[in-house]
Design a protein around this ligand. Structure first.
Ligand code: ZN
Ligand code: ZN
Length: 57
């Protein structure tokens, strides 16, 4: 099946994992950084750059 590239919305800013539209991911409302669930846990739910609590998309 063909998967359009637009389904990929970015990469986790911490580990570089690809994040797709249908994945579970987290976003920093302040700087817009995306994080995968693994990094969400490892950062205790806070953006490592600015300590802002991450939002589940
Ligand atoms: Zn990650
Ligand atoms: Zn941030």
């Amino acid at each position: 099946m063909y998967v359009p590239k637009t389904l990929m919305i970015g990469r986790c800013w911490r580990c570089g994992k690809r994040i797709y539209r249908f994945d579970e991911y987290y976003r920093c409302p302040k700087c817009g950084a995306l994080y995968c669930p693994t990094c969400y846990r490892k950062t205790f739910g806070k953006c490592p750059a600015d300590q802002t609590p991450l939002e589940m998309r």
